[in-house]
Design a protein around this ligand. Sequence first.
Ligand SMILES: [Zn+2]
Length: 328
Amino acid sequence: MRSPAESENAARSPCTLCGARDAALLSRKDRRGRPLRTVLCRGCGLAWSDPLPAPDALASYYRDRYRREYQGTQRPRRVHIYRNGRNAIDRFRQLRRWLSPQARVLDVGCGGGELLYLFARQGYRATGIEPHAGFAEFAIREYNLDVRIGGVEQVELEAASFDLIALYHVLEHTLSPDLVLAQVRRWLKPTGALAVEVPNLEATCQAPNHRFHRAHLFHFTHATLAALGQREGLRAEHAELSADGGNLFMVFRPAEPAPVDRTALRENFVRVQSRLAQHTWLQHYTSPRPYLRAVRRLVRTLEEHWAVRGRRCGREILDACFAALPAA
Ligand SMILES: [Zn+2]
């Protein structure tokens, strides 16, 4: 029989990356203080919500509640369209070196369609996938975009047909990030590129008690995301962190699937555990980071409200936002 301490540390499901069940308890609460158990695999340093939710419950959550709980709405609000439009410009610049003229691009989890609309305006053949019917229908109606409603598992697309596939803040929301990577790899041309951005588990820009979010089921570092890709036939070609360290952006190319290096991953666990232990509440609030972040957010909110004044629809907001971007 396991001792209580051992039971607390054992994961209820095996690790998606390395198969281990031996895990360290990271947290018992989400960022709103509600119960949410998060564990860190001792075999590799991948973290996840344990237990993971049932597939049906998760699907209905994304279909009906997620947008309402986190954005307070069932269709994009004007300030969010503007914010996502500004993000779309940053993302487009980030992706440009992997885009050839006339490339066919797929945006997985395209939300209200801001990045997809930018791709279409720049002359790329753009397709989106979005599980939330309200946001997907808005993107179709407002910008005349090709958006398929559903998750990666439900949508059917032609194999080897995309030059660039983008997954911005998608993998951490899925029950099986390995299966999602395997599916998008099938849609990628042999010469194509897959861009993935996820929250960085090792980030210190947020307070330690704000790290875990009910909607984020998995938490990655550079090593665990690269290894998961490698196992699914995706070779990491590029990696970078956002300026505040909060997001990890990686680009993969199709390759032969390869087994993961277990010794290196065990070292990753030790490194991640030690980094998280160093990021304490006291250390966070005695640094200037949280105060600068709060000021930046306030300035951003004021700027967003100013920018959308008098704009009646999403297309007007985005056309004004993208006007400064040179045509392809
Ligand atoms: Zn593991």
